[in-house]
Ligand binder design. Structure first.
Ligand code: AMP
Length: 463
């Protein structure tokens, strides 16, 4: 299938062609005709599948015809969980809509009101917003949704995770009942289905298979870590392995990435950090050095490592587990590329157990635990749920409807989200840690038993 065959306006087809896209991705091929026919839609598609264009292109198609309603409010509203994602969606809308006369902008928490009020003072076509600030404007009366034609909830599951449920409901309650609603989500959990039930009308459902089993060339394993100090001991041991030729070490925060890279460099390793606070030039330089082999250990955050395409990464080390399971799949995909084998090692500490459970549910298997002699954890990982068995896509059949078939999708990358917090104290990297005899470590570091139970993380909502 081609983009022309999707019956999109020539200006849109031209913009897509200018991006170098020759064929629609599976999610685009399925979603665009259904959305153009006016259906509500719930689609499971990860970042990297081309999902943004799957909703932006038919939204733009709508905008090729003038609004029949008076007013200034947006005709298309996209809600996203984070400012970063909102930025990407806005960029995509501008890129694919560059052949059209559009007025669009972002309404994001943490940004000055003045520009947002200016944006809202004249008729606007597309608004991409984080829920908190959008609701804020609605409550202040600086924007109305009477003209809204399409509401898009991007990464709906993540918005629920971030505590935006109430805000989303309040926003939806101000939108016209005859709007079209599109929900994109990486996972089809019960909470997502409940939200869909409240907000969507007879939605069609598209479910793309998650590319989790493709990592057959990657050996995945898990080390239980008592605390930060223990994580560093484990890392020090792993990087002393000569089979580790090039590694990406994922840390939860930019600051952690900087600290870790600095400590590793101080201990004589060829290490560098890669994170979102670095400007693009510095990032490119670091990636180039990694490609040349001048860097052996790259300490990165998810955002910065998105799309990082460096061959010959022998190991991925999750120093901190990602909060979102899809990020795990994306991270480990940095190794085992181009037919090469790779090793993905994850550390899990007491505070990260709920993340581990999600990851295992998502990839449909349990990560095998391994101990290093002399560095065995003092904490016990006590799993309550099995984490076994393939992830079951789908949910209640009430969302199914003829015409919304399932398909196999190809994931092209992933998005990013910083992860969890840390505990314990840092230690110098130069000297190997003294190993107590007999393979066990002193009991004074003994932490409580690690509980393995389902617990949703409650990060701070972004206003
Ligand atoms: P997304 O899943 O929306 O984050 O898109 C992932 C990446 O795929 C983005 O960098 C898009 O530019 C790219 N992309 C989207 N649609 C296509 C397509 N039909 N062909 C090639 N690349 C695409």
């Amino acid at each position: 299938m081609t983009f022309e065959e999707l019956n999109l306006n020539p200006a849109i087809v031209q913009a897509v062609a200018a991006c170098g896209y020759t064929t629609p991705t599976p999610i685009q091929e399925q979603a665009i005709p259904l959305v153009m026919a006016g259906n509500d839609l719930i689609a499971t598609a990860q970042t990297g599948t081309g999902k943004t264009a799957a909703f932006i292109l038919p939204a733009l198609e709508r905008l090729t015809k003038p609004s029949v309603l008076p007013g200034k409010g947006p005709r298309i509203l996209v809600l996203t969980p984070t400012r970063e994602l909102a930025g990407q969606v806005m960029d995509a809308a501008r890129l694919y809509g560059r052949g059209m006369k559009l007025r669009c902008g972002s309404i994001l928490g943490g940004m000055p009101y003045r520009e947002q009020l200016r944006l809202l003072s004249s008729p606007v076509d597309i608004i991409v917003a984080t829920p908190g600030r959008m609701l804020d404007h609605l409550e202040r009366g600086s924007v109305r949704l009477d003209r809204l034609e399409v509401l898009i909830l991007d990464e709906a599951d993540r918005m629920l995770d971030m505590g935006f449920s109430e805000d989303m409901e309040k926003i939806v309650s101000r939108a016209p009942g005859n709007r079209q609603t599109l929900m994109f989500t990486a996972t089809m959990e019960n909470s997502v289905l409940k939200l869909a039930e409240k907000m969507l009308r007879n939605p069609l459902r598209i479910e793309l298979a998650v590319r989790t089993s493709a990592h057959t060339l990657i050996e995945q394993r898990l080390h239980v870590a008592d605390n930060l100090h223990h994580k560093k001991e484990l890392l020090r041991h792993l990087i002393s392995d000569h089979n580790l030729t090039r590694a990406i070490i994922f840390s939860a925060t930019k600051r952690d990435a900087d600290d870790l890279a600095r400590e590793l460099t101080k201990s004589g390793h060829q290490a560098a950090a890669l994170h979102g606070d670095m400007n693009q030039m510095a990032r490119n330089k670091t990636i180039e050095r990694m490609r040349r082999g001048a860097i052996r250990l790259l300490v990165a955050t998810d955002v910065a490592a998105r799309g990082l395409d460096v061959n010959g990464i022998s190991h991925v080390i999750n120093f901190d587990l990602p909060r979102f399971a899809e990020d795990y799949v994306h991270r480990i995909g940095r190794t085992g590329r181009a037919g090469a084998t790779g090793v993905a090692i994850s550390f899990v500490s007491n505070s990260e157990l709920s993340y581990l459970e999600r990851i295992e549910r998502f990839i449909g298997k349990r990560l095998p635990e391994q101990n290093i002699e002399g560095l065995a954890p003092l904490s016990v990982l006590r799993r309550v749920s099995s984490g076994n068995g393939a992830r079951k896509p789908g949910g209640p059949s009430r969302f199914g409807k003829p015409g919304a078939g399932k398909s196999q999708g190809k994931s092209w990358g992933s998005s990013a989200k910083p992860g969890t917090s840390r505990d314990g104290q840092a230690k110098s990297w130069d000297k190997p840690a003294p190993r107590p005899a007999g393979g066990s470590r002193s009991a004074d570091r003994r932490d409580p038993v690690i509980e393995y139970r389902s617990r949703r993380p409650k990060p701070q909502p972004q206003a």
